[in-house]
Write a protein that binds this ligand. Structure first.
Ligand code: ATP
Ligand code: MG
Length: 245
């Protein structure tokens, strides 16, 4: 059984206008899967549907053996799936410690123990625990956003463009952090504009075009596939890939 299995998923922001038009994908235990595709393909919308921030108009989303389609975000997160949105993913005026507390459902001992584990894994957060989140660099902020999502010890983490706006060097470091996190057993489904870099750290990938998964396969194969390369090198994603080919 797959950790996450999405079939014929449909939905969008208003009932009459489907953005995701029958998408299918799966994530196995412990995998990194990249979701790539042109601007406006519906990648963020697909993540929001899976995470329960948008209500699907059709299809199935199985987390293990449980169909989570239609459940709300807090409930889904309680079942082991956490989502890190691209924007507004930390509270800038609050401290790092307060941000982490916001990520936890439970007060008290459990949350404190989890925070201690996360401080151990990300010493930068421990050092800056009393600083306001807005004082972090872009890369540090993304680590905090992931750590908030990790407060509930998810089995699967959804990341929407974690490296957006980062320098190439900070992006590379963050990919390293994501790989290290994955090695602790957390499966990852990530949307990335830095498609080739994302494919390089992924086991598999899906290409979303106009709300449908047009291609799916081993990341290494997709990275060398001429039609996939055309899609990114010829499309709007080109500036993002400059210097990577
Ligand atoms: N909050 C919203 N309300 C209504 N429509 C939206 C909203 N957010 C996105 N859309 C529309 O949904 C479609 C898909 O957008 P989405 O953000 O899912 O694409 P994406 O693949 O993540 O693109 P990008 O690579 O630019 O992030 C677009 O036509 C967009 O205009
Ligand atoms: Mg998006």
């Amino acid at each position: 059984m797959s950790l996450l299995s999405v079939t014929d998923l449909r939905g969008g922001y208003v009932a009459a206008d489907e953005i995701v038009k029958g998408a299918a994908l799966h994530v196995e235990d412990g995998e990194i899967v990249s979701l790539i595709g042109p601007n406006g393909a519906g990648k963020s919308t697909l993540l929001k549907l899976i995470a329960g921030l948008l209500r699907p108009s059709g299809g199935h989303i199985h987390l293990g053996d449980r169909d989570i389609a239609g459940l709300g975000a807090p409930e889904i997160s309680g079942l082991g799936l956490s989502f890190v949105p691209q924007e507004r993913n930390v509270f800038g005026t609050m401290t790092i410690a307060e941000n982490l507390e916001m990520g936890s459902f439970t007060d008290g001992r459990h949350a404190r123990q989890r925070m201690a584990e996360l401080y151990e894994r990300f010493p930068m957060l421990a050092e800056k625990r009393r600083a306001a989140a807005r004082t972090l660099s872009g890369g540090q902020r993304q680590i905090l956003a992931m750590a908030i999502a990790l407060m509930n010890a998810p089995k699967l983490l959804l990341l929407d463009e974690p490296t957006a706006g980062l320098s190439p060097r900070a992006a590379e470091e963050l990919f390293g952090t994501i790989v290290a996190l994955n090695k602790t057993g957390v499966a990852i489904l990530m949307v990335e504009q830095n498609a080739l870099e994302a494919l390089a750290v992924s086991a598999r990938a899906c290409v979303l075009v106009q709300g449908r998964v047009e291609r799916e396969g081993r990341a290494a194969e997709l990275a060398s596939d001429p039609t996939v390369r055309d899609l990114f090198l010829g499309g709007k994603a080109q500036p993002m890939l400059a210097g990577t080919t």
